[in-house]
Design a protein around this ligand. Structure first.
Ligand code: LM2
Ligand code: CA
Length: 450
């Protein structure tokens, strides 16, 4: 099979971080599908360690115990129903696949896991034994050495010998089982710590053509470009460039945003923040409010990369897990509950999802900036957007949009033929007169011409 099928141009995915399966299913039907989201990245579905003594931290899930689909988010049938429900709503499911390692040397080094399986580090009965793990049993210490990064232990997590046939076939078995249930793609966790040829071998044996994007944080020893033969790679440089620039208010500098030099637009998965950066190295997150939405809306309006919208649970302590029952099972998620932030529902974000798909195929046109904190650009005859991190802005813009009355998708949507937000006129010459408040966005596209 061919290595990886990217989503169609203009597609947008949401990362429903730690959402339980029943809740993801409901959100696919109620909001994600109807609002044009094409895919969802879900948290790891496989059996994982259970750390009751530490209050069930979110990162339990990154320590696999077996490939049974039985986690804090639900069991195999919950998972399978979610995939079917989301697919019916037109939403693909992308699974966060932990392939590099099994469990670590943390607070528990033995079972049972979330599905009840017994284990010890380096011994997972019926799945892996001692000889399936890398010879190096020490933490990676020299981050200039690619061999160490790939063949020693990340965070003391038991490192799989992904070069071995037995390990490869177990991993392809897991991924093909997911594909069989209707899963359309994978985020490959810790891909930088797996030799690219091993991932290539594993992915080439998958059924169909799943979309693959790989978690590779560029450093001096390893370039994301080593992985582009297998699928996309996460573009952390784009995230820093976008988030840092929007936070500092110097939007004019985004004109040529292109992220990691070694990645082209069609090789890059882009985002404002992810579940790690929002905890360890936050630049802009939901906690920043409007400027965060400006950044996400810009990412969606601008044609670079395959965008991923973060959807978080609210947290103070970076270790803490989502709301859970006393047995550690995650409580249902929904956007009426303030524990679940639902960035993906914010109007300037949700409205720009359809903007991106309507604009697909058109490059950036009619760029304008004030040299500083206000920019605007079009997507040919299909869309035009304004981003303002400065003072309230009133001016006329030259666009390439056809004449008409448009509903601003950053402030509302069209319901029963009427705009719930602001409407704007484009005159016969494509000119738009608009007022855009500080820290807000304006988004017009031909799909919401009234
Ligand atoms: C990733 N991408 O490449 C994930 O995005 C990231 O969230 C994962 O780390 C990491 N790779 C490994 O899959 C998280 C979390 C770590 C946590 C690990 C494993 O950020 O803090 O490590 O999951 O659960 C924890 C402890 C760490 C301990 C380790 C092993 O924080 O101190 O190491 O477990 O017991 C001794
Ligand atoms: Ca490895």
């Amino acid at each position: 099979s061919s290595p990886s099928t990217a989503p169609t141009e203009g597609a947008v995915m949401a990362h429903m971080f730690q959402w339980p399966w029943d809740s993801v299913a409901r959100e696919c039907t109620d909001f994600l599908g109807p609002n044009g989201y094409d895919g969802v990245q879900v948290s790891p579905p496989q059996e994982h360690v259970v750390l009751q003594g530490e209050g069930f931290p979110w990162w339990q899930d990154y320590q696999p115990v077996s490939y049974q689909l039985d986690s804090r988010r639900g069991d195999r049938s919950d998972f399978s129903e979610m995939v079917a429900t989301c697919n019916e709503a037109g939403v693909d499911i992308y699974v966060d696949a932990v392939l590099n390692h099994m469990t670590g040397s943390g607070s528990v080094e033995s079972g049972p896991g979330s599905a009840g399986s017994e284990f010890e580090k380096y011994s997972y009965p019926g799945i892996y034994e001692n000889s399936d793990f890398s010879e190096c049993r020490a933490d990676i210490s020299n981050w200039d050495d690619p061999d160490e990064i790939r063949n020693c232990e990340l965070l003391s997590l038991a490192d799989l010998r992904t070069g071995e046939e037995g390990v490869r076939s177990t991993l392809t078995g897991y991924l093909n089982d997911l594909i069989d249930l209707g899963v359309a793609g994978f985020r490959i966790d810790a891909a930088k710590h797996v030799p690219p040829q091993d991932l290539e071998a594993i992915v080439s044996r998958l059924d169909g053509d799943p979309y693959v994007f790989q978690e590779v944080i560029e450093d001096s020893a390893i370039s994301p470009a080593e992985y582009t033969g297998t699928g996309e790679a996460t573009d952390f440089a784009y995230s820093e460039e976008l988030s840092g620039t929007v936070r500092d208010g110097s939007l004019a500098q985004l004109k040529g945003i292109n992220g990691t030099e070694a990645l082209n637009s069609d090789q890059a998965t882009v985002f404002v923040d992810n579940h790690d950066t929002q905890r360890n190295d936050p630049t802009l997150t939901y906690k920043d409010g409007d400027p965060y939405n400006v950044a996400t809306a810009f990412m969606l309006a601008h044609p670079y990369g395959t965008p991923k919208v973060m959807s978080s649970f609210d947290f103070e302590d970076p270790e803490s897990g989502p709301p859970a029952a006393s047995n550690g099972m995650t409580s249902p998620a929904n956007c009426e509950d303030e524990d679940w932030v639902c960035e993906h529902r914010q109007q300037p974000v949700a409205g720009m999802v359809e903007f991106r798909s309507v604009a697909a195929g058109s490059g950036v046109t009619d760029w304008w900036d004030n040299g500083n904190d206000q920019v605007a650009f079009g997507r040919g005859e299909n869309g035009f957007a304004v981003f303002n991190r400065g003072a309230d802005l009133s001016r006329t813009f030259q666009t390439s949009l056809p004449e008409g009355t448009y509903c601003d998708v950053a402030s509302g949507s069209v319901v029963d033929g009427r705009c719930t937000g602001e409407t704007y006129e484009i005159d016969t010459g494509g000119v738009l007169s608009a007022s855009v408040a500080s820290d807000s966005v304006l988004g017009l596209h031909v799909g919401t011409r009234l």
